[in-house]
Structures are given as structure tokens and as C-alpha cells.
Design a protein. Structure first.
Length: 550
């Protein structure tokens, strides 16, 4: 099957084909402390069929929303396929959302059903959900006692319904039971272009925006990523991405569907779980954000032998970090990529056989059928002649932001270009080079400073394991750079040395005015450093989890 042929499939129709072809093959294997759950294609199809019937019985139909708040668990792929079958839209809820964020997302989407884990780190999740529910709604509430889900249902009649006729949450088994008892229910006609996923993205707005993604675009984006990585059905791929993130709901679940390989998914990412699962399952491929690789390489239990079976993977981060991953983890076919939620996660990807220099420094070339261009003031820049905004056009684009036509028009212009808000350039061979987020540019005295440029320089200094540069207020210049630095194990590099070395390598206005040494980082669960929290910690002087440099 080609990427273009996948545009005619829904998630459900492709799962149906996979289940008929390889019912006993493990599609995804979920694991956490003390539990494991393999999910085979045939079992996945059966459970999704029962779940889709149960959703229909609860009044969920085409265009309705189904929200999920859970760590890595088989509940995700089951509900993804079930929603695809009935035409519903899956709404992943970030497990870090608190009251304001949950109230906004649930008020906007008004889901007819909400699936949630009973507790996270001993906190009852119902205590978060209840005050966040819109007062004039009564969604069906289905509580999972643990990430490992039951694969058989109980007798019908105990599951909550969307009209609020029950006061207690249903169990997963009770919910599934209503589906296993249902028969002969008609399924609606669902188009591959119909929205099936509402993936929230924060960007720079006050509240997250819900990007509506369809089956066709997400399936093809994942397939083309797998092809560029050199994946085959024989691969076993470890995923570091949380399931509520586009890296999980799209690039993890759908990699099993499109490529046919087995995905290993932890309940939650940690270096320790990575070491355990990669070795235990003899993984041949993996994913990874820059912060994740850096944490693993710096971990006292790091051992290159853990990754002896891994030959393929993708990574974010600097060329220096990728070089370290290739050399110290011995992952020769590591590729770089660029993508965003609004373009179904993958936009440009290096091929595993591309020259090493391109795989280290660039984000690869546009996926087949997609256009990627650099625009400045609405005009397309010639290749390799300068910087501008990275823009994307083609089959991968979202349908738009849910219930926000103005934001959609501001993001996708009249010519069909999606404006990413990222700064970059494209060379004469078509390789994309990401520079920085346009809105994260630091402007001391009107000059432009790219945090990524300063980070690249500092990361090259001996004794530096990881760095993040942010802008902080300055009375004279408006704002100036500040650097958060994690020392390499045993290193003694000091702030004055970092500042002095920067001054020798770059213009004075780019040199950090302050260096803060950290031993841990505030991260999203997808492994990206939360620069906003770093910036805020300096602004309020709250450095409890860091140590200000001398």
C-alpha cells in the first residue's frame, strides 16, 4: 500500500484490513510498573467494534466528541478506532491539565463521553473533572481502575449514558459490555477526510486551540515518516511520546496501522523505563525528543549495550546531540524531522540513507505530495537565500481550529499555505533548516537573537550537557538572553566561563547576561523543555528546583 492509497482509508477501515491479514500479530504492547498488555490486531478490531457499539448505545454519533484522560494504555487505540467507526471525534486531554484548562477544553468540546483513569499519583481524577464539567451537560463518565484495560465486558445495563441517567461513573468493563451485547446496529458512512481527532495545541495563545485532523492525513503522514525511517513490519519500535500528544495519537498508534510494525508504549516516559523496555523487547527503532536523549545519555545507569538492537530512530535537538546519539547509543540510521500538530505531525523528514551531514543539521525534505516553502511578507523566498517563515501546503493540513474561524484564517491563508510561526530556510537540495520560533526571538535593543543559535554555541562547550536560552526583561534594552545550563556529570564549568566563551564566539547582544545552573528541567510529557516556566522562575525569583550561578 502506498501513501497515496492511504488517503482513501479511515482508521477503522485500515484496522479492519490489518485484522483480517494478521489477526495474531502484536500491534502495540503497553507496559508500566508491574503490568503489561499486548494488543493484537484481531483483538484490537474486536474491542474497537464493541466499543463503537457501546458509544452508539450511549448516544454518540457523527461529529460528537469523546474525551480521554489516561496515561499510556490500550484504551487509546481502541477508542481511536471506535470513534473512527461511528464518526465521532476523539479529544485527548493532557494529563497535566488543571481546572482552568480542563474547564476551557470541556466547555468548548462538550463531549458526550469522557474516559479517564481513576487516579494519577494518588490524586483522584474525578476531583479534577467534576468542577470542570459544563453545568448544562451530563456526559457519560467511564472510569478505568488502572491503565491495563479489561478485554471482556460485563452484563449490560450498568454503563452511564450521555443523557445523565446514571449518577455514578461506569467501569470500562461495564461500558464494553453494552457493546458486546449490541447487535445489528447500523454504522454511519464516514469519509477519510472527516475529522476524527481534535488535538489541542497551545502555541502562544491564552488557551489551547483544537486542531481538527482527519484519518487520511494522519495515516499518510505517519506512513511517510515510517518509510523515511526505513521501518518494516519486522521492526519493534519504542515510543517515548505520550498518547494525548500528536506523537502518540498519530505517530504511535498509526505507525502500527500503516507500517505494520510492533509499537512498545510505556505508561509514562522515564529514562529508567526506556532502558527497561528497549532491552526487554529488543527494540530495533525508537522515537525521542532532545531532552529525552540528553537525560538518558547523562543518566548514571546509561549503558550503550541497552541500545544494541536499535538501528533506527528519529530525534530532535542540535547536530551535536544527534552526533552523540549516533556515536554513544550506536543508532546509525538516526533521522531528523520537522512537523506540527496542524500538519498531522510530520512535514519534512530525512531519509535514513541521506548523507550524515544532512541528517545532523537539517530537518529533511518535504514528504511526497506536500509543499514546504519559506515566505516573507507573503512572497516566496528563493532557496538558500535567506530566512523567512516556514509554510506548508497540501494533504497533511488540518481541517481548521474547532469553533475558531478567525484563528483558522490567520493560520491558513487564501492560497492554502499553513503559516507555522517558525523561522527557517531551505537549501538548494530541498532540505529544511529550522532556526527558531518567530515569537520566541529575543530582541535586545531591537536586534534579533535566536535562542537556538545561542543554545547551539553553548552546547558545544566541554562540560555542558543541556541548555535552554530564554529572554528576560532588561530596563535598558527591553529584554536580554539568559541561559539555563545543565552541567555534564563531573563537570565544573562556571557561569563566567560560559559568558566569556560566548563573547568570543558571537556578537555582544547575543551573549547571555545571566547563567542559571539546573539539575532537572520542567518538561512537557512529550519531552520538550517548558521555556515559559524557566522564564517565569527568573521573573519571580523562584529557583527552588535550580541553583542560581555564582
Amino acid at each position: 500500500m502506498t501513501g497515496e492509497e492511504l488517503l482513501s482509508h479511515t482508521w477503522w477501515s485500515l484496522l479492519t484490513a490489518r485484522a483480517a491479514e494478521s489477526p495474531d500479530r502484536v500491534a502495540l504492547h503497553f507496559s508500566g510498573p508491574g503490568w503489561d498488555q499486548p494488543l493484537r490486531f484481531g483483538e484490537w478490531h474486536r474491542l474497537a467494534a464493541e466499543a463503537s457499539a457501546a458509544l452508539s448505545a450511549a448516544g454518540v454519533g457523527p461529529g460528537d466528541m469523546v474525551a480521554v484522560l489516561c496515561p499510556g494504555s490500550a484504551v487509546w487505540p481502541i477508542l481511536q478506532a471506535a470513534c473512527s467507526r461511528v464518526g465521532a471525534v476523539l479529544v485527548p486531554l493532557n494529563s497535566r491539565y488543571r481546572l482552568d484548562e480542563l474547564s476551557y477544553v470541556l466547555g468548548l468540546t462538550r463531549p458526550k463521553a469522557i474516559f479517564y483513569i481513576a487516579a494519577i499519583r494518588d490524586e483522584p481524577i474525578i476531583d479534577r473533572l467534576t468542577p470542570a464539567l459544563p453545568p448544562d451537560t451530563a456526559p457519560a463518565l467511564i472510569e478505568l481502575a488502572a491503565p491495563r484495560v479489561e478485554t471482556t465486558g460485563t452484563r449490560p445495563g450498568t454503563a452511564a449514558s450521555a443523557d445523565g441517567s446514571t449518577s455514578r461513573p461506569a467501569t470500562w468493563a461495564a461500558f464494553l459490555g453494552t457493546g458486546s451485547q449490541a447487535s445489528g446496529a447500523a454504522t454511519p458512512e464516514v469519509s477519510p477526510a472527516d475529522p476524527v481527532l481534535m488535538q489541542f495545541t497551545s502555541g502562544t495563545t491564552a488557551f489551547p486551540k483544537g486542531a481538527l485532523l482527519g484519518s487520511a492525513s494522519t495515516l499518510r503522514a505517519t506512513y511517510e515518516l515510517g518509510v523515511r525511517m526505513g521501518l518494516t513490519p519486522d521492526d519493534v519500535m519504542y515510543s517515548t511520546q505520550p498518547m494525548y500528544h500528536v506523537g502518540g495519537s498519530v505517530a504511535t498508534t498509526l505507525m502500527a496501522l500503516t507500517i505494520g510494525c510492533t509499537m512498545i508504549v510505556p505508561e509514562r516516559y522515564s529514562p529508567e523505563e526506556t532502558f527497561r523496555l528497549v532491552r526487554e523487547h529488543r527494540c530495533t527503532a525508537r522515537t525521542g525528543q532532545a531532552a529525552m536523549y540528553a537525560m538518558e545519555l547523562a543518566h548514571p545507569d546509561f549503558d550503550p549495550a541497552i541500545f544494541a538492537t536499535v538501528t533506527k530512530g528519529w530525534s530532535g535537538g542540535s547536530a551535536e546531540l544527534k552526533q552523540a546519539v549516533i556515536e554513544r547509543m550506536d543508532i546509525p540510521h538516526l533521522v531528523s524531522m520537522y512537523g506540527l500538530t496542524e500538519s498531522s505531525s510530520s512535514t519534512t523528514v530525512c531519509a535514513w540513507h541521506d548523507p550524515l551531514e544532512a541528517r545532523l543539521a537539517s530537518c529533511g525534505r518535504a514528504l511526497p505530495g506536500l509543499e514546504v516553502a519559506i515566505l516573507e511578507d507573503g512572497r516566496m523566498r528563493d532557496r538558500d537565500t535567506g530566512l523567512g517563515e516556514i509554510c506548508v501546503r497540501g494533504w497533511a493540513l488540518m481541517a481548521g481550529y474547532f469553533s475558531d474561524a478567525a484563528a483558522t484564517r490567520a493560520t491558513i491563508d487564501a492560497d492554502g499555505w499553513l503559516h507555522t510561526g517558525d523561522l527557517g530556510r531551505i537549501d538548494d537540495q530541498g532540505y529544511l533548516y529550522f532556526v527558531d520560533r518567530i515569537k520566541e526571538m529575543i530582541k535586545p535593543g531591537g536586534e534579533n537573537v535566536s535562542p537556538a543559535e545561542v543554545e547551539r554555541v553553548i552546547l558545544s562547550f566541554p562540560g555542558v550537557n543541556q541548555v535552554a536560552v530564554v529572554g528576560i526583561p532588561d530596563e535598558r534594552l527591553g529584554e536580554v538572553p539568559a541561559a539555563f545550563v545543565e552541567r555534564a556529570p563531573g563537570a565544573a564549568i562556571e557561569a563566567a566561563e560560559i559568558i566569556e566563551r560566548c563573547a568570543a564566539r558571537m556578537a555582544r547582544f547575543k551573549v547571555p547576561r545571566e547563567v542559571v545552573f539546573v539539575t532537572s528541567w520542567p518538561l512537557t510529557e512529550s519531552g520538550k523543555i517548558l521555556k515559559r516556566e524557566l522564564r517565569d522562575s527568573l521573573a519571580r525569583g523562584d529557583l527552588g528546583w535550580v541553583g542560581r550561578s555564582g
